[in-house]
Write a protein that binds this ligand. Structure first.
Ligand code: G3P
Ligand code: CA
Length: 302
């Protein structure tokens, strides 16, 4: 199975959290069904070293752990989190599997709260492979290492675990439909020695590195979308500079229910960024991106 040739790529950000609780197999499946080319698991470690899909290592906001009296005494404080919480690295996978996911955003539907368990990375890969069969098109994966230096300080090794899971699934090969992403440079450098899969460096703000320096250890950039426009709302030149260095550009996060002031509709926002030249988009609403891409293709073939 190879990377899709569709462009721009539609990446189901945390699944399809506009509709279902984030980082659940059901959410990823809906994301694929609604048109995504890739599903995006953020990954953290359990106590016994399994990779599970969560955006944060704390569990209070995305799960029902506060309703589990058997875990009440596990609530604790950590140096990298404000206030007491429950953390994935203090729970075994078997314990994590007793939890159920919740929608994080208050204004979104909570109808599916309590229905779905937390998936492992192996289960997410298996889902992408079975969804590819079901839908008759490639559904890739776009895993993110969350806080790799923090987990390394606890003795966990993302590079080994991620590559091990991909090997088990037959997806640690150059053409497999996989991108691996991180905000931290070092883990990408480590991964570069272990895999030929494309690596994506995430940026929340302007980097001190040049595009050419980033291109030494990454194949693309996942920037906060505001980095792509200037104060007047025009191109900042970021995409041209990245492309000149051979880097793909996959900005985040496009949310139909949280539009920037400059746009009246999700369609208009996608159209603007597609015309800027992005190579992919992370979105909570893959159906809106898919419709915008269809319109863009139709317009270009007129
Ligand atoms: O990974 C791309 C984008 O998801 C980064 O934002 O915080 O949702 O992981 P975050
Ligand atoms: Ca992410």
């Amino acid at each position: 199975m190879a990377h899709t040739t569709s462009s721009p790529l539609i990446i189901a950000h945390r699944g399809a959290p506009g509709y279902l609780p984030e980082h659940t197999l059901a959410g990823y499946g809906i994301g694929a069904t609604l048109g995504a080319d890739y599903i995006e698991p953020d990954l953290v470690f359990t106590k016994d070293g399994h990779l599970v899909a969560r955006h944060e290592h704390y569990l209070s906001t995305t799960t029902d752990i506060s309703d589990h009296p058997e875990f009440a005494d596990r609530k604790t404080e950590k140096h990298n989190h404000d206030g007491a919480d429950w953390f994935t690295e203090d729970f075994t996978l078997a314990e994590i599997k007793t939890l159920r996911a919740r929608q994080v955003m208050v204004a979104r539907s909570h109808a599916a709260d309590g229905l779905f368990e937390i998936p492992t990375f192996d289960e997410v890969i298996a889902l992408a492979q079975s969804e590819s069969e079901r839908l008759g098109r490639t559904i890739g994966i776009y895993p993110e290492t969350k806080s790799p230096s923090y987990f390394a300080s606890l003795g966990y090794d993302y590079a080994t675990e991620i590559i091990g899971a991909l090997e088990r699934a037959g997806w640690n090969e150059k053409e497999a439909p996989v991108f691996i992403q991180s905000f931290e440079m070092q883990i990408l450098k480590d991964l570069r020695t272990k895999t030929q899969l494309p690596l994506i460096y995430l940026l929340e703000s302007k980097s001190a590195l040049t595009m050419s320096e980033i291109a030494v250890f990454a194949d693309g950039i996942g920037p906060y979308k505001k980095l792509l426009v200037d104060a007047e709302g025009q191109s900042s030149g970021f995409i041209n500079d990245a492309h000149a260095a051979g880097l793909k550009v996959h900005p985040w996060t496009f949310r139909a229910d949280q539009l920037p002031d400059a746009f009246q509709t999700a369609h208009a926002e996608f159209e603007f960024f597609f015309n800027l030249g992005v190579d992919g988009v992370f979105t909570d609403f893959p159906d809106a991106a898919y419709a915008a891409r269809l319109a863009s293709v139709a317009a270009s073939t007129k």
